[in-house]
Design a protein around this ligand. Structure first.
Ligand code: TYM
Length: 329
C-alpha cells in the first residue's frame, strides 16, 4: 500500500473549506492507502495561542476528524506534539533549507504582515516542520487544498537536496489536490480564500454552524448584478464559488446546476446551496457532539495510533541521524 500523510491545524473550528479541500478526501482515501493524519499543534503555536483554547480546540479537532468519518482502524490519527520525531527531523532539515526559499513562501508573507515587527522564527520555519511531517513517514501522497501546494514543492526540494547530499533517504511526495473544492473562496470577498480566521463571520461557514446560520450566510453571499447561474470563474467569482460548493456537496456537474436554475433567481440558488451544505453537515455535527461527550474513547484511540506513529517515524529518524554523521550505539 502506498503511504499518505496529511495534517490540519487545531486553530479554531474547521470551515467547509477545510472539509472540501482536505477532510472529505482524507476519508475517501483511507481505504486505499496507508494513512497518517495528524493534528498539527506544533504548527498552531506559530501564531499566538491561549493555552486553554488550544487544548480545547485540539480535542475538538480530533472529534471532528472522527465525526467526518476517519476510522482509527484504517488510519493512524494522532497529535503532532506527541511524536517527538517531528520536531527532531525539522531541526535537521533546517540545516538543509535556505532562507531564500523560505522567504518566498506566500503564506509566510501573508501571515508575517499580521505579526508586525516581531515576526516569530517559528512562523518563518513553518514549512520546514511541514516537510519533516511528510518525510518522516516516507509519504507518497499528500492530500491538501491549493494553498498548500507551494509548501509541498518546498518539501520535495528539501527531500531531493538531502537525498543528493547523502544517498536516497526520503520518498519524494506528490501533492493530491482535488479537482473541485481545492480552493473554497470567502462568501463575502470571493477573490479571497475562505478562512476560519476571517474577522467577518459571514465570510466562512464553520463545520459546527447551525442550519439556520448556514442558510443565512449563503443568503448573504456576495454575487453579481446579473441573474444567471452560470460558471465563469473570471467574471462571476461569487456565483462560480457557490456553484463549486454546491457541486461538491451534491455531486452535480456545472451543466446540471445551470440547467436546474435556468430562469430562476439567485435567491432560489443560494437557498439550495445552503440547504445542501446544511444537510451534508447535519450527520457530522450529530456524531461530533456525541464524540465530545464520550470521554474515554478518543484517548483510547490516540494511545495506539501514537505508538504506531512513533515507531514508524523512528525508523526514518534513525536512518537520517546515521546519514548526517551522528554517533550511534
Ligand atoms: P490548515 O490547517 O490551514 O488547513 C487544513 C487543510 O485544509 C485546506 N484548506 C482549504 N481547502 C480549500 N479551500 C479552502 N478555503 C481551504 N482552507 C484550508 C488546506 O489546504 C489543508 O489541506 N500547513 C497545513 C497543515 C500541515 C500539513 C502538514 C498538511 C502541517 N503539516 C503536512 C499536509 C502535510 C495547514 O496549515 O493546513
Amino acid at each position: 500500500k502506498k503511504i499518505l500523510f496529511s495534517g490540519i491545524q487545531p486553530s479554531g473550528v474547521f470551515t467547509i473549506g477545510n472539509y472540501f479541500g482536505a477532510l472529505k478526501n482524507w476519508v475517501e482515501l483511507q481505504d486505499e492507502y496507508n494513512c497518517y493524519y495528524c493534528v498539527v499543534d506544533l504548527h498552531a503555536i506559530t501564531v499566538p495561542q491561549v493555552p486553554k483554547d488550544l487544548r480545547q480546540n485540539s480535542k475538538n479537532a480530533l472529534a471532528m476528524l472522527l465525526a467526518c468519518g476517519l476510522d482509527p482502524k484504517k488510519a493512524t490519527i494522532y497529535y503532532q506534539s506527541h511524536v517527538s520525531g517531528h520536531a527532531e527531523l525539522a531541526w535537521i532539515l533546517n540545516c538543509f533549507s535556505y532562507m531564500g526559499e523560505l522567504s518566498r513562501m506566500t503564506q509566510f508573507k501573508d501571515k508575517s504582515r499580521k505579526q508586525g515587527e516581531n515576526i516569530r522564527v517559528g512562523l518563518y520555519d513553518y514549512p520546514v516542520l511541514m516537510a519533516a511531517d511528510i518525510l518522516l513517514y516516507q509519504a507518497d501522497l499528500v492530500p491538501v487544498g491549493q494553498d498548500q501546494k507551494q509548501h509541498l514543492e518546498l518539501t520535495r526540494d528539501i527531500a531531493q537536496r538531502f537525498n543528493n547530499t547523502f544517498s536516497p533517504t526520503f520518498t519524494i511526495p506528490e501533492p493530491y489536490i482535488p479537482k473541485a473544492g481545492a480552493r473554497v473562496m470567502s462568501l463575502q470577498e470571493p477573490e479571497k480564500k475562505m478562512s476560519k480566521s476571517d474577522e467577518n463571520i459571514n465570510a466562512f461557514v464553520s463545520m459546527t454552524d447551525h442550519k439556520d446560520t448556514i442558510i443565512k450566510k449563503f443568503k448573504r453571499a456576495v454575487t453579481d448584478s446579473e441573474a444567471e447561474v452560470r460558471y465563469d470563474e473570471e467574471n462571476k467569482r461569487g456565483i462560480s464559488n457557490l456553484m463549486e460548493i454546491y457541486s461538491v456537496a451534491t455531486n452535480k456537474s456545472y451543466e446540471e446546476i445551470e440547467r436546474e436554475f435556468q430562469g430562476k433567481g439567485y435567491g432560489d440558488f443560494k437557498l439550495a446551496v445552503g440547504e445542501s451544505v446544511a444537510n451534508l453537515l447535519e450527520p457530522i455535527q450529530r456524531e461530533y457532539t456525541k464524540l465530545l461527550n464520550e470521554k474515554g474513547y478518543m484517548e483510547e484511540i490516540l494511545k495506539e495510533s501514537t505508538e504506531v506513529a512513533r515507531r514508524v517515524s523512528n525508523k526514518t529518524l534513525s536512518k537520517v541521524k546515521k546519514k548526517v554523521g551522528f554517533v550511534s550505539f
